[in-house]
Design a protein around this ligand. Structure first.
Ligand SMILES: C[S@@+](CC[C@H](N)C(=O)[O-])C[C@H]1O[C@@H](n2cnc3c(N)ncnc32)[C@H](O)[C@@H]1O
Length: 248
């Protein structure tokens, strides 16, 4: 079923969905923009309810998400975007650690945003949720102080990554920072085997820039400066890197 949206962005706070999107949302089958490839959280729609369980057990989730938030050095009053927020674990954590910041999560999958909304209600976290595409952000230029994103870029084709990073550059203010956690360069035999297994699940084209260590050059290409891989976690799967970059 297609639900055509009115102009603007579809914004949901924890109590209500305010629908005002410029795109068409499909609520069945392969969600979202019919002309774009969309990779869901665990690839298959039916697995979405298991997402939190799988990630909690397969990755050092609490550790690397806390690290990412610490790295972002969020201050009171700042506006922070959680790009591809999924079930909003990172958004909720940011709100818990920085109650005086405005936290906005965006995701392109209405089903996972439903889970995010439940989590926000359950934890009484005052976060805003937006349904939208990473590469077509419904926000004004320079409207964020920080953008954080975890495990999202490897869902995007190279062209979608490029468009997304240009959008992130646009919505960040000068002096704002981008903080990314995602699969990083596969540097050892063990990591290359893990990367290969991950590619069997999530696909080759969208993940290869991660595993070949090309994310930093894509950040720089979008205009970001001070691009740095801060650290890499060895997970059960393969290497998960934390990056940062600034819009000067
Ligand atoms: C692996 S999940 C990560 C979720 C969350 N950030 C986390 O760390 O647990 C990837 C998320 O990116 C979202 N996503 C994938 N492609 C997207 C796109 N083009 N625009 C917006 N969100 C997208 C998926 O719906 C999914 O929720």
């Amino acid at each position: 079923m297609n639900i055509p949206m009115a102009a603007g962005a579809m914004i949901a706070n924890v109590n209500q969905l305010r629908i005002c999107n410029r795109s068409t949302i499909m609520t069945e089958g392969l969600t979202n923009m019919a002309d774009e490839r969309y990779l869901k959280a665990l690839r298959f729609d039916a697995l979405t309810p298991l997402y939190d369980f799988v990630i909690r057990h397969a990755l050092p989730e609490a550790e690397f998400k806390r690290h990412l938030v610490r790295q972002a050095d969020i201050r009171d009053g700042q506006r922070v975007l959680d790009l591809g927020c999924g079930t909003a674990t990172l958004s909720v954590l940011m709100k818990e650690l920085h109650p005086a910041a405005t936290i906005i999560g965006l995701d392109g999958d209405p089903k996972i945003l439903g889970l995010a909304k439940k989590k926000a209600l359950h934890t009484a976290s005052d976060i805003l949720l937006t349904l939208g595409m990473a590469y077509e952000l419904p926000y004004a230029d320079g409207s964020f102080d920080r953008v954080l994103s975890s495990l999202v870029l490897h869902h995007l084709s190279r062209e979608q990554k490029r468009r997304t990073l240009r959008e992130l550059y646009r919505v960040l203010r000068s002096g704002g920072w981008l903080h990314i956690a995602d699969w990083g360069e596969a540097r050892s035999v063990r990591q290359r085997i893990g990367a290969w297994m991950e590619q069997l699940f999530d696909g080759y084209d969208n993940t290869s820039d991660n595993f070949l260590g090309r994310l930093p050059e894509l950040f720089a290409e979008a205009g970001f400066q001070y691009v740095q891989e801060v650290c890499q976690y060895q997970t059960l799967v393969t290497g998960l890197s934390l990056f940062q970059a600034s819009k000067v």
